[in-house]
Every structure is written in C-alpha cells, then in structure tokens.
Design a protein around this ligand. Structure first.
Ligand code: DWN
Ligand code: SAH
Length: 407
C-alpha cells in the first residue's frame, strides 16, 4: 500500500474506499473463476499537491501484457477525434518543420499515429501491450512494445533523435512512476518542442459523479493545479488547456519547457476555476462520496424492480468502467443477463468479479431487450445514432450519471 503521495511524498487523505475489486480488463473464462485476483480500490487525495490518486495500484505488468482487452479503434467517434487531434498538431507545430518526429506514448492499436502514415513526418509509438501493438505494426505503424520511461527515452534518442512533439492520450493517468515519465519526456523532447496529452478531467468526474472512471488502470486523476505542481519541479509548464468531450469530459494539456512559449489564457482560467471550486480540498469530495452511494442504491433498486416485473435487462459495452460499477453494486447475471460488446477478445468470457457473460453484438441485434444499461455512456452519441431503431421500438436505456435515469 502506498499511503504517501507518489509525487510529493506527503501523507494521503482517503476519499472513498470501493472495497475489493478485480482488474477492470481481466475478462475471464469459467475455469479462471477460482483464481481471480482482487485488490482494495481506494481513492485518495494529497492535501499538499492536490493530486488525486489510488492508494494502491496493481503491478502494471499484470494489466498491460500480450492479451490486453481494450482496442482503441472500437469507436468511430474516437477515430475521428484522433484525426482532428493529428491535424491540429500538423498545422500548429509541424507544418513549418523539415524532418520532424512525433512520438506517442500508449499508442494502442495505432488509432492516432495512423494519421501520420504516408506523410513526411517520422513517427514512433510506444505500447507495452503486445497484442494491441501488433495490430498497429501490421498496419505499418512503427511501434516499440515497451513501457515508456526515462531509460527508454535514452534508447529512442540514440536510434531516432529528439522528438518535436510527444503525445499521450489516456495514458499519463495510468503510469504510477509519473516522475520517470516526465524525466523521459524532458530528455526526449526537442528544446522548443511540445508535449501534448489528454486524460479524463477530475473536474468532470466531480461534476457528474462519474465514479466508474476510478479503477486499477487509472492511478491518477488530474487537475490543472496538481499538474502544474508536478511540472514546475521539472522546469516544464502548461501552456494551453483545451476541454474535450471524449471519455465523459477530458482536458488536453500542452506542456513546454518554461519560458519557451506564450501561456494561453485557458491556463489561468482553469487555475482560477479550480481554486474557486476548491478542487484540491479533501472536504469538497465528501459530497461526491455521498452522491456515489446514492447512485449505487438507486441503481440496485431500479434493477431489482425490473427483475420483479420480469423485464429483460442487458448491458451495452463491457467497458473497464463497468467493472467498478458492477462490483461496487455487486450486480450479477440475475439482474443483467449479459453485456454485448464488439471486441472479439472480450466475447464469450465473463465480466471481472461479478461474472456476467459477455456476448457479441449480434446477440443484442437478434433479441432486443426491454432495458439496456449503457455502460459505454461516454460513447452516447455514437451508440444512440447506431441504435435508433431500438430506441424507436420502445427499447429503454438506463444511464447512471449524473444520477440514475431511464431514457
Ligand atoms: O483509459 C482507458 C480508456 C481510454 O479506454 C483505458 N484504461 C481503458 C479503456 O476504458 P473503457 O474500457 O472504459 O473504454 P471505452 O471506450 O468506454 O470502451 C467501450 C467498450 O464498448 C469497448 O469494449 C467497445 C465497446 N463498444 C461496443 O460494443 N459498441 C463501443 C462502441 C462505441 C460500440 O458501438
Ligand atoms: N491512447 C489510446 C489507449 C489508451 S488505453 C487511447 O486513447 O485510446 C491505455 C494504453 O496505455 C494501453 O494501451 C496501455 O498498454 C498503455 N500503457 C500503459 N502503461 C504504459 C506505459 N508506461 N508506457 C506506454 N504505454 C502505456
């Protein structure tokens, strides 16, 4: 257990203890039920630097390996999101440079870097989960299958030189030794280069009660304030902050060496906002804790009522996030008969901890249920577009943020 802050070594304050949890992406077979791994999921805050973090995170090698279950390209909207992201970078930072080089940390199946194929921009992805990295490699995307760290950046420089842009999407918040990552970025980044990353924003988690963002892989929950505290120790600064609609509300941070770039007003805007919200104050999180318990009770009551009425209820999207909800609420297959998901590696397995069957999407198409719990709520627009016939034929959706609701 790490009861001290991973960044400033100050004693952490507990915000909420979710109880025992399995690994969010450890979908399993029946034979594996008896050997399932559980750990204590405890969200804490550092009263000194304001960084929210897990008290304990399982070993990264247990989570990211050669059978990692999340493939980024399962969402068309996310593919569009990364196309726009790539175009922004090309237009803002790379168009006037010759021989430019971009590195992505946590490149997964190549959803972002594919936009740099067939251009004059050199690219490299760093992705420790071998099975997803292989998909990228098979599509011609240069990918090194390893965990990014200070040591790795020395090897990258020796082979490819310094990077003009380093990106990371939904990755920085996964890495416990974040100071080694920042040191690696400092070494790898060209003196006038930029490091751009995005992650779910703690302000949105607080605002909409999205407690399902809290699971093993997400060791940190960033605010602008806590990140500034981190970066200033290393001679870096945030020069721009841009809100993103993806993953239930994220922020994109552009970071550079101190005094090399103009600081956008968005940075001051978020700092002031977080100050007035008192986002780093442990007391503010008491209300969040209350809301989370209320959502849990209402969700269980809703599902029990539907069971009494003999309604059919299934889940949509076997997300990592659903592992927290299902285990925290102890929901099993008597309340949700299966979860449909388009990812082959998850299909015909069982959800971690509460063992609900995961079935292919075709099952949902064949037998339309009365009620569907939208576990992939962050892809709401995309899924509503796709399922318009279900909704029009009186299929009901259950969502749980900011509170439990039947649509
Ligand atoms: O941070 C992380 C984010 C980026 O991705 C990782 N730690 C793990 C993962 O989190 P997640 O599993 O909660 O991500 P998603 O994108 O919410 O997962 C969506 C799931 O739903 C996937 O398994 C694919 C599935 N899906 C589907 O079956 N039909 C998704 C869509 C859009 C669909 O139409
Ligand atoms: N960037 C993608 C994937 C996010 S999921 C997207 O936004 O959709 C998190 C990814 O980070 C996984 O593919 C995981 O294997 C990778 N990852 C975890 N720890 C890492 C590390 N230390 N260095 C690089 N990648 C890492």
């Amino acid at each position: 257990m790490s009861e001290i802050c991973r960044i400033c070594q100050f004693k952490l304050n507990e915000i909420i203890h979710f109880g025992k949890m399995p690994l969010a992406n450890a979908f399993l077979t029946q034979e594996q039920f008896d050997h399932e791994y559980f750990f204590d999921l405890i969200l804490c805050i550092c009263p000194r630097c304001g960084m929210l973090q897990l008290q304990y995170q399982p070993d990264p090698k247990e989570m990211f390996h050669d059978h990692y279950a999340f493939f980024s390209s399962t969402s068309h909207k996310m593919s569009e999101h990364f196309l726009h992201f790539a175009n922004d970078i090309k237009n803002t930072y790379l168009c006037h440079k010759k021989d430019s080089f971009i590195v992505e940390i946590g490149s997964n199946d190549g959803i972002f870097l594919k936009n740099f194929l067939h251009t004059s921009i050199k690219h490299l992805g760093i992705e420790p989960s071998l099975n997803v990295a292989k998909v990228a490699q098979e599509n011609g995307i240069h990918t090194l299958s390893d965990f990014f760290s200070k040591n790795l950046s020395t090897q990258i420089i020796a082979k490819y030189g310094k990077a003009d842009v380093i990106t990371a999407a939904n990755v920085m918040c996964h890495i416990p030794n974040i100071t080694s990552v920042v040191q690696g970025v400092i070494e790898l980044l060209h003196p006038d280069g930029v490091f751009i990353f995005e992650d779910p924003y703690v302000g949105d988690i607080l605002e909409i009660n999205s407690f399902d963002q809290i699971y093993d892989e997400h060791v940190f929950y960033f605010s602008v304030t806590s990140l500034q505290n981190l970066f200033q120790q290393f001679g870096l600064e945030i020069i721009k902050v841009e809100p993103q609609k993806v993953h239930g509300g994220s922020l994109r941070y552009t970071v550079a060496f101190q005094n090399t770039h103009h600081i956008d007003t968005s940075v001051h805007y978020y700092q002031r906002k977080e100050n007035s919200q008192r986002i780093s104050d442990p007391h503010i999180w008491k209300q969040f804790q209350k809301n989370v318990h209320e959502i849990r009770d209402n969700f269980i009551t809703t599902l029990n009522d539907l069971k009494k009425q003999k309604k059919s209820v299934v889940g949509y999207g076997a997300t990592s996030k659903s592992t927290t909800v299902l285990n925290f609420c102890n929901i099993q297959s008597d309340l949700i008969s299966y979860i449909c998901d388009t990812t082959p590696i998850k299909q015909f397995k069982y959800s971690p901890g509460t063992h609900i069957p995961i079935l292919p999407y075709s099952e949902f198409q064949k037998n339309k249920p009365d009620y569907t719990v939208l576990f992939a709520w962050n892809h709401f627009d995309e899924i509503m577009q796709k399922e318009i016939d279900y909704t029009n034929s009186r299929g009901k959706w259950i969502i749980f943020f900011p509170q439990v609701k039947v649509l």
